[in-house]
Write a protein that binds this ligand. Sequence first.
Ligand code: IMP
Length: 414
Amino acid sequence: MQEFLTSLGSVSVVIGAQWGDEGKGKAIDMLAEHFDVIARASGGANAGHTIIYQGKKHVFHLLPSGSFHAGKKVILGSGMVIHLPTLLQEITDIQAAGVDILPRLGISLAAHIVLDCYRDIDAALEDRRAAQGGKIGTTKRGIGPAYMFKTMRSGLRMESLLDPSADLRKNIEAIADLVQSHFGVAMDIEKEFDQLQAAAKQLKSTLTSMDALLELMYVKRQTVLIEGAQATLLDVDHGTYPYVTSSATTAAGALQGLGLPPKCLTSCIGVAKAYCTRVGEGEFKTEATGAVAERLRERGGEYGATTGRPRRCGWLDTIDLNRAALINGFTCWNITKLDVLDEEQEIPVRTWDATRKEAVFVKLPGWKTSTKGVTSWERLPVLAKEYIQFIERKTRIPVRLTGTGQGMGEMIIR
Ligand code: IMP
């Protein structure tokens, strides 16, 4: 473990390599205690991670997975879009669990606010796309509209909570006007205004410029763990457009969202399931159907933490993994949920055949032995080791972490 931690250096980012839900939260939770600052850079309450703290289950959408670690500074970066009632609820929940978050929370003044009416727009746009036969399957958390207003330069930023007075009401009225004229959606101005006032009272002391993060890193020499949200194939530029989210989900996007220079990054952990899942619409070349998909879904507990939707399930695609590794500059892999494949006779994997110069499916032999809770590489069945080594060979990136179960300790560290 110590050798692995040393290899990560002082600024590490954890990035999903597939379509999200790879189980990034577990690695972050495990690593958080070894870093001074835990930061989220982009996205909003479309993300969802489940944390078990003192035997109780918590589902967070905005606070990073590492928030339960006392004494760590928690940053929500400029690239994020924040639905304030959701954030306040998460703060209430974590405080009720006896964890004091407010004094160590820093929210970027430049992060954008997700108004309730953005969720209505999100739903209305999805209805319209569905009628035209092309819905995206968004989480309906108002993410697309929030980034739309941001890039239109008509959005509301967290800095507006510093002085929630007459100007704020004027700005909300201007947004209400756009919302009505562009999308035919009526905004409840009073309700939005009241929510902003309530949030201002609670969050004012947490608002900060991202220069404070630079100071923590360069002046106070603090170490930073960045929690990527969503994943590479959902990136607005590099993913399977238009079936993507609206933010930059790559390592570069995380740095942009936090205002950090690329040269500061010392490691980048790519996270991928030992198989693959996707929620929402869009291509999925290795998708399984029928009983096979159902088996993976049940064994892997593949239901969305944010929407409860059953996830589409399928097999690993090393062509996608390789591309994600190149785009993000992964320095190592965390392959999660290996145990979900324990009962498979054969495991199909999509990969590149250099001789035929085309993508092919190969069938790797299953190990048909339980790997649940295995924590040492030596105790892994030979065929499971070969599966992991296949990924390493195809991507030329070492697998340092292998998940073998839901529990925190159920991980092989090499
Ligand atoms: P949106 O981000 O809500 O606009 O959704 C756009 C697409 O990204 C949909 O296919 C969602 O299912 C997917 N998506 C967004 N966030 C996540 C996530 O955290 N995990 C998995 N899929 C996500």
